[in-house]
Design a protein around this ligand. Structure first.
Ligand code: SF4
Length: 237
């Protein structure tokens, strides 16, 4: 019996992503087929957050941490009527911003951050949203995930932000086995065909939100079920 050399990459007949290292050609081919199916079903997936400018996008995304897009939209519809620019938001003030967004979790901290980031945009960026990861992540309440969503959505940098939906779907599909969002993001970027990276984030979120839901995923109607190593775990559950 031939044994693999100690340093050879792990064999993976199922085309799943190895626990570490670069994805195999088979794993890449399976990922390409998954994303091709998503593209066929939804050619141009969109964020479900409502916004009308880079600034309102940044605010909406920063408010969406641990909140649903529906609840954020409900709050920002009125908030953005009152203030849709950094100047107007700063003039509105923290107390009034809090009033507009109090239906969202962590609203006091988020209101404080929205006012603080608006001030920084005015003082350091001419009132514009910087399309630069380091500058975005330096803003109060803006972490890697928020920066990735903004940069990806505005076409500045393809990025696959990993939220709870993306994390779950990536693991169920064995596109990643990484235990952290950063690791999953790295694996997804490595395995996603470059022309599809901008849309991959949306496809994975929408798939996790509506089909591959946390409890009782809808495997029977899933358009990539035949490509999913986890299907057998859930069918009949
Ligand atoms: S087959 Fe089931 S577990 Fe796999 S991606 Fe589809 S919904 Fe999720």
């Amino acid at each position: 019996m031939r044994t693999a050399p100690v340093n050879s990459p792990p064999r993976n007949k199922a085309g799943r992503t190895p626990a570490s290292g670069r994805p195999s050609p088979k794993a890449k081919a399976r990922a390409a087929e998954i994303f091709a199916r998503f593209a066929e079903a939804t050619a141009e997936p969109k964020t479900e957050l409502e916004y009308s400018s880079p600034y309102t996008l940044l605010v909406a995304v920063s408010l969406s941490a641990q909140a649903t897009d529906v609840s954020v939209n409900r709050a920002t519809r009125e908030l953005f009527k009152a203030a849709a620019t950094p100047d107007a938001m700063a003039a509105l003030g923290e107390a009034r911003v809090s009033d507009f967004i109090k239906s969202i979790g962590l609203y006091r901290t988020k209101a404080k951050n929205v006012i603080a980031l608006s001030g920084i945009l005015i003082d350091r960026h001419g009132g514009e949203v910087p399309l630069d990861r380091a500058a975005l992540e330096a803003l109060p309440g803006v972490g890697r995930k928020t920066a990735s969503v903004v940069l990806n959505e505005l076409g500045a940098e393809p990025a696959i932000a990993v939220d709870t939906h993306v994390f779950r779907v990536a693991h169920r599909l064995k596109l990643s086995r990484a235990p952290t969002p950063e690791g999953v993001e790295r694996d997804l970027m490595a395995i996603t065909p470059p022309p599809l990276r901008t849309r991959a984030h949306h496809w994975l979120i929408l798939h996790g939100r509506y089909t591959c839901v946390a409890r009782r995923p809808k495997c029977a109607s899933c358009l990539i079920a035949d490509l999913c190593p986890s299907r057998a775990l859930f069918l009949g559950a």
